[in-house]
Design a protein around this ligand. Sequence first.
Ligand code: SF4
Length: 349
Amino acid sequence: MTPRITELTRESAAELAAKSGVPAYRAKQLLAWVFGRGVLDPSRWTDLPSGFKDAVGAAYATGDPAVTAVETDPGSTTEKFLLDVGGAETVEAVLIMEGDRSTVCLSTQVGCPVKCGFCASGLFGLKRNLTRGEILDQYLAIRNRAAALGRPVTNVVVMGMGEPMLNLGNLLPALATMNDPDGCGLGARHITVSTVGVAKGVERFTEEPRQYTLAFSLHAPDDALRGEIVPFPAAMSCAEIVDAAHRYLRAKGREVTFEYVLLDEVNCRPSHARALAELLRGVRGTVNVIPFNEVPEQPFRRPSDRVIDAFSDDLRARGLKVTVRKRKGHDIAAACGQLRLREKSKPAP
Ligand code: SF4
């Protein structure tokens, strides 16, 4: 199968330039069109010679990726996109507009092997890893949409479908292109990768020299409860996650984030706040409390605002840094995998 244009690399661009008999700087111009400006249609590469454009068009499938569904929340602060990745499969990517920030949430796998109890992405397990180009396709498509709305992308979170640490072989090169000044030019500190904790992947990510932000999807203060919410045998234990957070700080000078989806009657009692504060005592990082947004297919409920406030205030009183994601505008973003699930369930036309 012909690779997508977003699989282009510095090396392959240079090779194509040499083969086409054009000067080496044409390769850099090509990369600027594709990753710098997100223009994937050769007819719009106005400063490139036609012979070179023809060679690129023969080597790569050009044009924008197919977007099969778009969902916008009522406040227009979040837009969710389904991108066709072939084989009757789609992945979700989300644009979240909040104050001055426009954040793109990216998927790394088709489906997910982790099967968190509150998430639709894991319902059918893992289908396959996304390629570097498929990850970049999501980013470029949403960055173009954000630019059209007058909202330049400021941040990337890798928190969509899939467990990123199980696809680092494709994710790290995609992030490198996003971060590269000759690529998309987004600062590494503006890129956050979220994981349930896969030891080898976290170790490799910690050794990565770029200053990405690391987030752990913790969701519980102890291994027994966490095992019920995140039933993935290969996930690191709570203690291992704490050790890894210390290591990340030592290696990169960067604090980590702990994501904590708040599920009513499950993980937000005062005893859970106490245990979480105990677990994270002495760890430099922030707990990001995410009240669950109810979706019909899941058995969990969103806690009341009173419970959300009490839980987060309790953590703060115990010395933790806490942020709370409360806005309803995040409804469709928080319901990871729902749009894909809904589209999958539609009868074939
Ligand atoms: S929350 Fe993330 S890790 Fe858990 S099943 Fe969904 S996509 Fe996978």
